[in-house]
Design a protein around this ligand. Structure first.
Ligand code: GTB
Length: 218
């Protein structure tokens, strides 16, 4: 049964692969699972039919027969549990990879999102000049620790895992901020993730939604 995911009909990121369907597409590509995409408008996302799939009226969702999931992390965990390629077989290595999934979503992403939200919505507010360096510093603290832990390794815990997939996607959100550039090993880590063939296929597929042209350029 081919799973169906939802994605923005018109992503505000203009095909930069920052919306959260990208991480699900990447995971599907890593495990070699073909999928269909249903594009939704901002209006449709808030209608009862979509809210039946996603209580918060967001993307992405994941449907596989009777199973309906939302939350990109849980969708990726589901895929990793059912397919080889995203979590190691060894029980302890698997637990560590899952820990990195949580670390990406629960420890590294929140300060990045806080900073991003302020940049987008508070730039014209009188407090922004004072708050902005505080938000930058909260991100820097996480990046320093992550950079130190990664060191010169390719991935966070030996082999590539769903933990790396989520961490790379979270770090990509800092593109253009200059904050990631302070850590060449993290830049190389993100580039390593982006170079994976599965990432490339996923990126091309979401970009094709924006350009209206098929991924292979035909
Ligand atoms: N925790 C949920 C998950 O991980 O699945 C968060 C889902 C979520 O935030 N979805 C966003 C959404 O549906 C799209 S990805 N927003 C519409 C709404 O809430 O009404 C967030 C996103 C949006 C746009 C950009 N961008 O333009 O760069 C990047 C990321």
């Amino acid at each position: 049964m081919t799973p169906i995911i939802t994605a923005f009909e018109k992503s505000p990121d203009r095909g930069r692969g920052l919306a959260r369907d990208m991480r699900v597409r990447w995971a599907l590509e890593e495990v070699g699972q073909p999928y269909d995409v249903r594009l939704v408008s901002f209006r449709e996302m808030k209608e009862p039919a979509h809210r039946a799939l996603h209580p918060f009226g967001q993307i992405p969702t994941y449907q596989e027969g009777d199973l309906v999931l939302f939350e990109s992390g849980s969708i990726i965990f589901h895929l990793a549990e059912r397919h080889a390629g995203l979590l190691p077989d060894d029980a302890n290595a698997r637990a560590r990879a899952i820990t990195w999934m949580f670390a990406a979503l629960n420890t590294v992403e929140p300060p990045i999102l806080d900073r991003e939200a302020a940049t987008l919505m508070e730039r014209d507010k009188p407090w922004y000049a004072e708050r902005s360096p505080i938000l930058d510093e909260r991100v820097r603290v996480r990046l320093r620790d992550l950079s130190r832990r990664l060191g010169d390794a390719d991935w966070l815990d030996a082999a590539f895992s769903a933990g790396d997939l989520l961490m790379v996607m979270v770090l990509r959100r800092l593109g253009g901020s200059g904050l990631l550039d302070e850590h060449p090993n993290l830049c190389a880590y993100v580039a390593r993730g982006e170079a994976r063939p599965a990432y490339q296929r996923a990126f091309a597929a979401q970009l094709a939604v924006f350009t209206g042209k098929p991924p292979d350029g035909r």
